[in-house]
Design a protein around this ligand. Structure first.
Ligand code: ARG
Length: 466
């Protein structure tokens, strides 16, 4: 037997060495070593179960656990020697265990296959990732509430079609993003239920002939339930797809939010300022301060969408049960985790530090006839049919455009050209404060409602488990 095969746990039936390129081509240890701690934890639980069911002796279990803890230290201290010849994280750790403890190391894999092992490791990895992501979402949401309560009375133009529509409060606007993120949080918590099921025990595909007790391993690893069917357990990655889909939606939200921050920091809008520490300059234009963080987050949403498509496509033609295609799940999945965590971290740090230019926003809200709907509503309350009042106000706006005057800047006489139903009390309605205060119901933009919504939101966050 050639040297190269002697290295391989599966070398027995082979009569020639693996082609050097194929060895590198089929290896995954370069990226799946990220799951080393999960792999060790899974192996410890497996060995414990094997001893409790009498498949291994207590001595063997003891040796295996000691050896695995030493390997954990080697990996954490950076002294572990990863070998591409041993293909993946699982065989690297198992080979090292045998090197350290001898024959007991060779017994660890009893009643197990890399197929159920890898599926278990990914689920453990993803469960931790979801918990970390959920904690970051919560931190970002706290930041949004902080900013919203600081700016509950700040008036800005609200937009539809990116055209000035009606005045809104900046706090209300921030609460919109809070709601987006609450649904993202729910999606992760929901996906977590399906991540948190244990494939171990499925072995290669059909189960195992040893008298294992899957519930012992399940409890040791903190899984909520078992994957009930062995073929399904080793083959499906729908839980990873679901996680990535939730991530794509989250990134879409952050991307939209980013687009607003980029617009608002521009000289043309000038609504907000981002602290220098979240921006960079230009190597040629000395005046530039670029909103790199939101721009990058917006860009990175594309990469997560790509990973979602990669995983869906990877899965779509696979017959049962495990296929090597599945090895391709890790890079998109890990990159999704890292990207989402980094984007959330940047956002959670940046959002409460946003500096709001209240006067600029207020001036912008005054322009663009943002209280036109309020004037129409005023007329309706005085008996004018809404379609007629729409027409009347439309004419007033045209007059305003021609004479460069906002509605609130017109005299009573000017306004009465369009309807004799307009009286002195109209000016209260045409002010920005009058406009936002009038939208005084749950979900409306009135500052009093924004403060109530913030209080409810704080309660929701306090009820979270994390
Ligand atoms: N490295 C493999 C993966 O990532 C582990 C499972 C391989 N199983 C096998 N029979 N080749 O999916």
């Amino acid at each position: 037997m050639s040297t190269s095969q002697k290295d391989k746990p599966w070398g027995g039936r082979f009569s020639e060495a693996t082609d050097a390129f194929v060895e590198a081509f089929t290896a995954s240890v370069q990226f799946d070593q990220k799951m080393a701690m999960q792999d060790i934890n899974g192996s410890i639980a497996h060995a414990t179960m094997l001893a409790r069911t009498g498949i291994l002796t207590d001595d063997e279990r003891e040796n295996i656990l000691l050896g695995l803890e030493q390997i954990r230290n080697e990996i954490q201290s950076g002294s572990f020697d990863w070998s591409i010849k041993l293909e993946d994280v699982h065989m690297n750790i198992e080979a090292r265990l045998t090197e350290r403890i001898g024959i007991a190391g060779k017994k660890l894999h009893t009643g197990r296959s890399r197929n159920d092992q890898v599926a278990t490791d990914i689920r453990l990895y993803l469960r931790d990732a979801i918990d970390a992501i959920c904690a970051e979402i919560t931190r970002l949401q706290h930041g949004l509430l902080e900013l919203a309560s600081r700016e509950a009375d700040t008036i800005m133009p609200g937009f539809t079609h990116l055209q000035t529509a009606q005045p809104v409060t900046f706090g209300h606007h921030m609460l919109a993003w809070f709601e987006n993120l609450s649904r993202d949080y729910e999606r992760y918590i929901d996906a977590r239920k399906r991540v948190n099921r244990m494939p171990l025990g499925a072995a290669a595909l059909a189960g195992t002939t040893y008298p294992i007790d899957r519930n012992i391993t399940r409890e040791l690893l903190g899984f909520e339930a078992l994957c009930e069917n062995s073929l399904d357990a080793v083959s499906d990655r729908d839980f990873a797809i679901e996680f990535t889909a939730a991530s794509s939606i989250l990134m879409t939200h952050l991307s939209r939010f980013s687009e607003e921050l980029v617009l608002w920091t521009s000289a043309q809008f000038n609504f907000i300022d981002l602290p220098d520490r979240f921006c960079t300059g230009s190597s040629i234009m000395p005046q530039k301060k670029n909103p790199d963080v939101p721009e990058l987050v917006r860009g990175k949403s594309g990469r997560v969408n790509g990973h979602l498509i990669a995983l869906l496509t990877l899965m779509k033609s696979q017959p049962l049960a495990y296929n090597k295609d599945n090895q391709e799940d890790k890079e998109p999945l890990f990159d999704t985790v890292d990207t989402v965590r980094n984007c959330l971290r940047a956002y959670a740090d940046m959002i409460p530090a946003i500096e709001v230019k209240r006067e600029v926003m207020r001036e912008a809200a005054k322009r663009g006839f943002s209280t036109a709907t309020d004037l129409a509503d005023y007329l309706v309350k005085r008996g004018v049919a809404f379609r007629d009042s729409h027409e009347i106000v439309g004419k007033a706006v045209r007059y305003g455009v021609e004479n460069r005057k906002d509605l609130a800047e017109m005299s009573l006489e000017e306004l009465r050209q369009f309807s004799d139903q307009i009286n002195n009390d109209v000016f209260e309605v045409l002010t920005l404060e009058g406009s936002v205060n009038a939208r005084n119901h749950i979900g409306g933009t009135a500052p009093v409602q924004v403060r109530a919504a913030i209080a409810r939101a704080q309660n929701r966050l306090a009820k979270r488990l994390d």
